[in-house]
Design a protein around this ligand. Structure first.
Ligand code: FPP
Length: 241
């Protein structure tokens, strides 16, 4: 029997139709389980994958990458797993500062930082400040929930007495000043947003792949990008065809 090899799309240089890709990392636990390993092992591997994928997105010309690293709901996981994820993130943040001159990334954290240990909050704040002049922007959603973000923005507007418009509300979100995601990629065969960027995703294209996050490779990003370019975005208008 002949098996047709899955056609690879190859690297694509993106243009200004695709400036922002957001990733919902999923499947770390399943990846580890398939190998008879604890879930924490999947998260360690997922963190390595994350670094490779961010670098690749920069290489193909993406200007903003957002990643859903830890949601407000993720605290309900077993303590050992939560501790491991947080320590991976903290290690990542410390490493990002050391490698800043080499990686040239502007870091922003989306979510309520105040729940983390003071040292970690300090590292996050410092990283945001010292990286603010770089062009490639990486938003890391940490202790993030979109509903809480919208409520927080509404409260700020109510307190300031500012007029409530789409623009004023957007300016109070954690993503203020950042273009909305053009493409949201979710791995591991789950097809939902799970309280991620609900306001900002109004016109985002969604791409779902069965690939488990630790297995995600640059070629999988190429597939998602090629799929994006094959679509017609109408933003509520009519088709041009
Ligand atoms: C989803 O997989 C993954 C998470 C909720 C945690 C993501 C965290 C990391 C990769 C660690 C550090 C990250 C960075 C950015 C350095 P899952 O555990 O829900 O997988 P499952 O659905 O297979 O159980």
């Amino acid at each position: 029997m002949l098996f047709r090899r899955k056609k690879k799309s190859g690297p694509v240089k993106v243009d200004d139709r695709l400036t922002h890709i957001a990733f919902i990392l999923d499947g770390n636990g399943r990846w580890a389980k398939k190998r008879g390993m604890p879930r924490e092992y999947g998260h360690s591997e997922g963190a390595q994958t994350f670094k490779r994928i961010v670098r690749y997105c920069g290489d193909i010309g993406i200007k903003v990458v957002t990643v859903y690293a830890f949601s407000t709901e993720n605290w309900s996981r077993p303590k050992g797993e939560v501790d491991r994820i947080i320590s991976l993130l903290d290690e990542y943040i410390a490493g990002a500062e050391r490698e800043l001159d080499e990686n040239k990334i502007r870091y922003t954290f989306l979510g309520d930082k105040s729940v983390f240990a003071p040292g970690m909050v300090e590292r996050m704040t410092r990283l945001e400040e010292i990286s603010a002049h770089y062009e490639l922007r990486l938003n890391i959603a940490l202790n993030y929930g979109a509903r809480a973000e919208i409520v927080h923005a509404c409260r700020e507007l109510a307190e300031s007495g500012e007029e409530i418009t789409e623009e004023s509300l957007s300016s109070k979100l954690y993503t203020a000043g950042c273009p909305d995601p053009d493409l949201i990629v979710r791995t591991a065969n789950e097809r939902r947003l799970s309280n991620f960027l609900l306001w900002q995703a109004a016109y985002s294209e969604l791409y779902f792949t069965p690939t488990l996050w630790p297995d995600m490779r640059p070629e999988d990003v190429d597939e998602a990008v090629a799929d994006f370019y094959a679509r017609e975005r109408r933003f509520g208008g009519v088709t041009s065809k």
